[in-house]
Write a protein that binds this ligand. Structure first.
Ligand code: PGA
Length: 253
């Protein structure tokens, strides 16, 4: 009943021509997605329209932005609103990625506003959470992630929450080659699901897709995706190589 999703986060990589080639190579693989499976490509802003056009005739393939602003509109030079993204047909928006939190000072409270903007404009947020290494070493990761969920998502209604996807991305695993073990991922995903169920009800907990992110690759995706509470992945580095991204998508069960 839950959507299974593999989302590629290109971050600040590739030119338009390279991005177009990447999408075409992914499509060339002729993947057949099963019912309830989705592939999401999160490109830089300037390529979203193009990506949307390339994926137009491919059911199950969607486009995501990597961010949106917390306000509706106005004097915010250089920023992009959720309404603008909706107006060009974007489906998803990644919010709260650890790089945004670290380099652009995005707080849980600011992310709550971004979530509201996304939902008000028909975008489905992929809300990222996850702990830094020192928190994992102190074994306080559950409380850390619980606070992120509470401060950015708990003001929503259960109905609104249905549009939200969560991505658990332990910061110590992002771009480092270190992956959470399947057991570590499963433990945290089950914890996240239980928190959501406690706050929004059992149905909401069962319904929400929780993706794993952090050095996911063809060699570890099958094991991660086989965990009962892991509903796919948010893929950084490996999403830039068509063969790797396709291989990861093929690991969805
Ligand atoms: P990675 O990035 O797969 O390169 O570790 C994941 C992410 O940042 O979403």
């Amino acid at each position: 009943m839950r959507k299974k999703i593999v989302a590629g986060n290109w971050k600040m990589n590739l030119t338009l021509a390279q991005g177009e080639q990447l999408i075409n190579d992914i499509l060339q693989a002729g993947l057949t997605l099963k019912e309830g499976q989705e592939v999401v490509v999160a490109t830089p802003f300037p390529y979203l329209l193009k990506a949307k056009a390339l994926l137009k005739n491919y059911p199950g393939f969607y486009v995501a932005a990597q961010n949106c602003h917390s306000e509706k509109s106005g004097a915010y030079t250089g920023e992009v609103s959720a309404e603008m993204l909706q107006s060009i047909g974007v489906d998803y928006v990644i919010l709260g990625h650890s790089e945004r939190r670290e380099y652009f000072q995005e707080s849980n409270a600011m992310l709550a506003k971004k979530i509201d903007q996304a939902l008000a404009n028909g975008l489905k947020p992929i809300f990222c959470c996850g702990e830094p290494l020192e928190v994992r070493q102190a074994e306080t990761q559950n409380a850390y992630v619980a606070k992120q969920l509470e401060e950015s998502l708990y003001h929503l209604t259960a109905e609104q929450l249905k549009q939200v996807v969560i991505a658990y991305e332990p910061i110590w695993a992002i771009g480092t080659g270190l992956t959470a073990s399947a057991a570590q991922a499963q433990d945290m995903h089950a914890f996240i699901r239980s928190q959501i169920a406690n706050k929004f009800g059992r149905e909401a907990g069962l319904h929400i897709s929780v993706l794993y992110g952090g050095s996911a690759k063809p060699g570890n995706a099958a094991e991660l995706f086989s965990c009962p509470d892991v509903d796919g992945g948010l893929i950084g580095g490996a999403s830039l190589v068509a063969a790797d991204f396709v291989s990861i998508i093929e690991k969805l069960s």
